[in-house]
Design a protein around this ligand. Structure first.
Ligand code: FES
Length: 282
């Protein structure tokens, strides 16, 4: 027996919005009874505002498929199509306080039915009628494309082939596609890792202050001391660095310019592009 949340059980035993909207403005059909799950979503849409006025579903599948469809209709009623198109399978699962991982494909089916209904309203041909350009079928047993697998991996932070099967069913039949799923998984994880590594590392305030102190110590103060001057760090407020001049620097007429240009430039190179050095008036 699956460990379902109380909310899943509630939506399974008392599904909301079952049936079909009469003369619907949009229809999204997904799945296949042969594969074990099928969902038909029908929508009534205000054509002026593109707001979803009514949403109804008919589902053939297990309890979590019914609960996911019921939750989806509740979530999208009242939303505009643009707002609804942002609903992901994770949102559906979260709305239900989670689904067992082996049942996550039910939430994906909900997301796909919604996508199909929105495409239907906008005159975009359903995905099921042909393989979209640039995509290829990876799992022949369940008709899952490479793009769908990559999208679900990214959206749900999946890391194993078993998880991909739980979320998309791909790999859950004859198993011949599992090496290809493994390759897509490795490719997506590699890209994610590269993306993370290319992001600039966010510094804590403490790290920023230490780096400012280190830069002043190594690159600025030796030059000033050579002419009998010096400076000290008074405060750091966001990207503003307040400095007090000491010794001959206090009476140097060009020191304002030095702070604004030379010191600011050095700190920007070492810390960040927003840094601004400021002289503290005595
Ligand atoms: S081709 Fe994917 S399980 Fe058979």
């Amino acid at each position: 027996m699956w460990d379902y949340s109380a909310k899943v059980m509630d939506h399974f035993h008392h599904p909301r919005n079952v049936g079909e909207v009469e003369n619907p403005d949009a229809v999204g059909e997904i799945g296949n009874i042969v594969c074990g799950d099928a969902l038909k979503l029908t929508l009534r849409i205000d054509r002026k505002t593109e707001r979803i006025l009514d949403a109804r579903f008919q589902t053939f599948g297990c309890g979590s498929a019914i609960a996911s469809s019921s939750a989806l209709t509740e979530m999208i009623k009242g939303k505009t199509l643009d707002e609804a198109s942002k609903v992901t399978n994770k949102d559906i699962a979260d709305y239900l306080d989670g689904l067992p991982e082996e049942k996550m494909h039910c939430s994906v089916m909900g997301m796909e039915a919604l996508e199909a209904a929105i495409n239907n309203y906008r005159g975009i041909r359903p995905r099921s009628q042909e393989i979209p350009a640039g995509e290829k079928i990876v799992c022949r047993c369940f008709g899952v494309t490479d793009k769908k697998i990559a999208q679900v991996i990214e959206m749900n932070n999946l890391t194993t082939v078993e998880q991909v099967t739980n979320y998309t069913k791909a790999g859950g039949g004859c198993g011949q596609c599992r090496p290809q799923i493994e390759a897509i998984l490795a490719e997506v994880l590699k890209k994610e890792k590269e993306k993370k590594e290319s992001l600039p590392k966010k510094m804590t305030n403490l790290e920023k202050i230490r780096l400012i102190q280190e830069t002043l110590e190594k690159e600025i103060r030796p030059h000033l001391r050579a002419d009998g001057g010096d400076l000290e760090l008074v405060d750091v407020d966001g990207n503003k660095v307040y400095l007090r001049l000491i010794g001959t620097c206090q009476s140097c007429p060009s020191m304002g310019f030095t702070i604004e240009t030379f010191i600011t430039q050095k700190l920007r190179q070492a810390v960040n592009e927003e840094i601004e050095a400021k002289k503290v008036e005595e």
